[in-house]
Design a protein around this ligand. Structure first.
Ligand code: ADP
Ligand code: ZN
Length: 785
């Protein structure tokens, strides 16, 4: 008897074991989907492992159907899924779900088809029906199961399972000629005087052969009735076929510029990258990284191998994709969340069948079923969107490195400001460092002006900034203004000197709470009175709320009434493609200023932008997050990169209350290495990643005292020596959608130790945490709010 461990699409920590009937055995099992009974329902899951060790002799249920005769995922992806589930402490079934397009797993239904002569035929009338429905219609007294079993033998009945939510294929009517081209033409000629439309159809068909009906009718300028007439004459036939939905073809104009001659640094990069292992490609925006990716991919394609390119969702613009599509026409598949379910499924299937060898997509594309993979590229590797914010909380960038290791292929991580993790790996020679020091177009990096807005009396928009925007508008050039105001978490900042109070044990800014007038550390829970004198200058006046985007929008409207402002933030980018529409409007020149949160800094290439500005550059520094400095530095560097990308020189203005801040100073000087040296030293002394491993534990529920109690009993359990626990304390965002939240940060010297400790805490929670509280473990967290 063969048994298999199946990952079911449910939030459960383990796989379930089933027996596999003889008829379903054979071939590779791991990675094949099967339908299994689970509780009261039937679900489609994935065979996670063959033949697990089942001790004891309890009765296992049997697999109901094997959906795939061969695994849809390459073996490397099945290994990657198992690795990810283990590393991120995520349920196997939910991890597996990340690798499939929606609808390929989940609840399953049994369908039945009956032929004429079946005793149940009158119930279905020859259509495919759901088994459940058939049984209901037949009534209790009809032995439906027995009849189906008998009639299956004689071919009168067949039945199969399918995932309930699988999008149906797109069906298109095709017209197929039933005569050879010459005969069609002469038939057309004889019809020309009496039925010119029909003649035209035949002439078209003679040229095209089988063709979609809508296209034929459009080309011939004819209607359905003419077609019908020709069908009756036996000259053609109409068939319905499934065609893949291919969003790329309909939307993109291809970029067919010839590739530029590579410069010496790029050539060096191409020579260095190639063997297995990870390479960090460090180059300022515009230094020609994408050109390097394109050449590397070309090399692999010439060897018959495929490629995966991960990009942050937000920079997956039609323009960026067209560079790849232009270089590899018909070879590119794009997976992103703007696609419909059907488009996603069809695109995925094309990749799975090997019809597209290059996949571009956000983090989930790391699981793309590209067989014979040659290279993985991760662009903007520092971007936090590679981390998934819900279970399974994986990081696509890190999994790219793992998949590269499994497949024995090169992985390229590209960035203008690599993450602290990757930089440390490069310094320690785990990654090969390749640098592109200059802009490929020869343009200088834009000059940066720092404007001090401290000391009170200043409005939101400094005189310098207003003048610079006005100048751009009158010249017909554009500006980008960034204000990274993420609403929650006010800090208390001294109005006179800009000082912000930090937690002595965590080094992060303390958050001001109006209730109780206190400052509180959101990592460890330490608190102190907010009624204090500034330790720097003895000032007593504070600001506790920064400006917001909408305020800036109003101010711009008053002060520069002729300037057209397009706002881009979480409020204006709801909906599937809202963000792209805004980008598109701005690039067509419908606005003079693009004003928004960090979204405006990512990846776009607007040739008319000659001014990039940041308001309140220091604001991001005070988020209660040990990565606050790194994030701010990246953002400032990226904003600067948005300006002056084509022929006209660019300018950058940075407004801040804290012009002496070293993070801001180093960003203005474009000095990445000096910043990273400072940052890594601080991380090391505080015991944060990348020097220690971290997991975030989060408890949430509707009853605040229950949540707090659950957090406390979970963390009360003894953990291994060498682990450090910060908290539990109220989360920075203490309440989301009526759920109260408590969190704690756990760090350890190794991943093994971290997992052990987190496992103990989770066990304690499961034993005594209470029913109405939920606990989440986030390994390598990015979001600490
Ligand atoms: P990055 O990905 O680092 O931002 P890109 O590859 O997009 O850089 O290059 C920036 C610009 O420079 C693009 O317009 C690109 O076509 C151009 N470019 C890249 N490499 C070269 C080169 N060797 N010679 C001339 N232009 C180049
Ligand atoms: Zn603290």
């Amino acid at each position: 008897m063969k048994t298999v461990a199946v990952a079911v699409p449910r939030p459960v920590w383990n796989t379930y074991s089933y027996t596999l009937p003889e008829s379903m055995q054979g071939g590779t099992l791991e990675g094949c989907r099967v339908v299994v009974p689970l509780g009261g329902s039937r679900v489609a899951g994935v065979i996670w492992r063959e033949d697990p060790d089942i001790s004891g002799s309890y009765r296992l249920k049997s697999v109901l159907e094997r959906l795939d005769s061969r695994p849809l995922l390459p073996p490397s992806v099945v290994s990657l899924l198992r690795w990810a589930s283990d590393y991120y402490m995520a349920p196997p079934g939910m991890t597996a779900a990340a690798a499939f397009p929606p609808g390929m797993q989940g609840r399953a239904v049994r369908l039945v088809q009956l032929e004429k002569g079946s005793r149940l035929y009158r119930l279905s009338g020859g259509r495919v029906v759901e088994y459940r429905l058939l049984r209901d219609m037949a009534g209790k007294d009809t032995p439906v199961d027995r009849i189906l079993a008998e009639e299956a033998q004689s071919g009168l009945a067949s039945s199969w399972w399918k995932p309930e939510n699988l999008p149906p294929p797109l069906k298109v009517s095709m017209i197929e000629p039933l005569a050879e081209p010459g005969a069609l033409t002469s038939a057309g000629q004889s019809l020309r005087s009496t039925a010119p439309k029909q003649a035209e159809i035949l002439a078209c068909l003679a040229v095209t052969g089988t063709v979609p009906r809508t296209e034929l009718l459009r080309a011939a300028g004819a209607g359905r009735s003419s077609l019908e007439r020709l069908r009756e004459l036996g000259l053609l036939r109409e068939t319905v076929v499934a065609v893949p939905r291919d969003p790329l073809l309909s939307r993109l104009s291809m970029d067919e510029k010839p590739p530029p001659e590579l410069n010496p640094h790029q050539r060096m990069a191409l020579e260095t990258i190639g063997g297995p292992g990870t390479c960090l490609l460090h180059g300022v925006t515009g230094s020609g990284k994408t050109e390097v990716y394109l050449n590397l991919i070309k090399r692999e394609m010439d060897r018959g191998r495929g490629a995966i390119v991960l990009v942050p969702e937000i920079s997956l613009t039609p323009l960026a994709v067209s560079r790849f599509e232009g270089r590899f026409p018909g070879g590119v598949a794009v997976l992103h969340s703007g696609l419909s379910r059907g488009e996603r499924l069809d695109t995925w299937n094309m990749v799975q069948r090997g019809e597209r060898r290059i996949v571009i997509g956000p983090r989930s594309a790391v699981f793309a079923p590209v067989g014979n993979l040659g290279i993985i590229v991760v662009d903007e590797e520092h971007d936090s969107s590679y981390k998934q914010g819900s279970t399974p909380r994986y990081n696509g960038r890190d999994l790219a490195v793992v998949r590269g290791g499994i497949e024995g292929i090169p992985v390229v991580l590209g960035s203008a400001s690599p993450s602290a993790e990757s930089w440390k790996n490069a310094l320690e020679r785990r990654y090969t460092l390749v640098t592109l020091p200059d802009r490929a177009t020869g343009r200088e990096l834009p000059s940066v002006t720092l404007v001090n807005t401290a000391g009170g009396g200043h409005s939101l928009l400094s005189r310098e900034l207003l003048a610079a925007i006005g100048k751009r508008t009158s010249r017909g050039e554009q500006s980008i203004i960034l204000l990274n105001r993420r609403g929650h978490s006010p800090v208390q900042m001294c109005l006179a000197c800009g000082h912000v109070e930090k937690c002595p044990s965590c080094g992060i800014s303390m958050t001001y709470h109006r209730r109780g007038e206190m400052l509180r550390c959101h990592h460890c829970g330490r608190w102190k009175s907010a009624r204090m004198r500034c330790p720097e200058c003895s000032g007593e006046e504070y600001i506790r709320q920064g400006p917001g985007i909408q305020k800036v929008e109003e101010a711009l409207g008053e002060l520069l009434p002729r300037t057209r402002v397009i706002r881009m933030d979480a409020d204006t980018t709801r909906g599937r493609s809202a963000h792209w529409k805004i980008v598109d409007r701005f690039s067509r020149g419908e606005g003079d200023v693009l004003l928004g949160t960090q979204m405006v800094a990512k990846g776009h290439d607007f040739p008319e932008v000659t001014l990039a500005a940041v308001i309140g550059a220091e604001m991001g520094l005070y988020l209660p997050d040990f990565r606050a400095q790194e994030t701010t530095f990246n953002l400032l560097l990226q904003v600067a990169g948005r300006s002056g990308r084509s022929q006209k020189p660019g300018e950058v203005i940075i407004q801040t209350l804290d012009p002496e801040n070293p993070v801001i100073r180093l960003a203005c000087a474009h000095d990445y290495e000096a910043f990273m040296e400072m940052e890594l030293n601080q991380r090391k002394s505080m015991g944060f990643p990348p020097f220690r491993r971290m997991a975030r534990l989060l408890w949430s529920g509707e009853d605040p005292s229950g949540v707090r109690r659950a957090a406390e009993v979970s963390c009360g359990v003894p953990i291994p020596e060498g682990c450090r626990m910060m908290g539990p304390s109220e989360a920075a965002m203490a309440r989301i959608a009526d759920k109260y939240r408590y969190s704690a940060l756990l760090t350890a010297g190794s991943h093994r130790l971290l997992k052990e400790a987190a496992g103990l805490i989770r066990e304690a929670f499961e034993a005594r945490g209470g029913k109405h509280v939920r606990m989440d473990v986030d390994v390598d967290p990015r979001n600490l709010m």
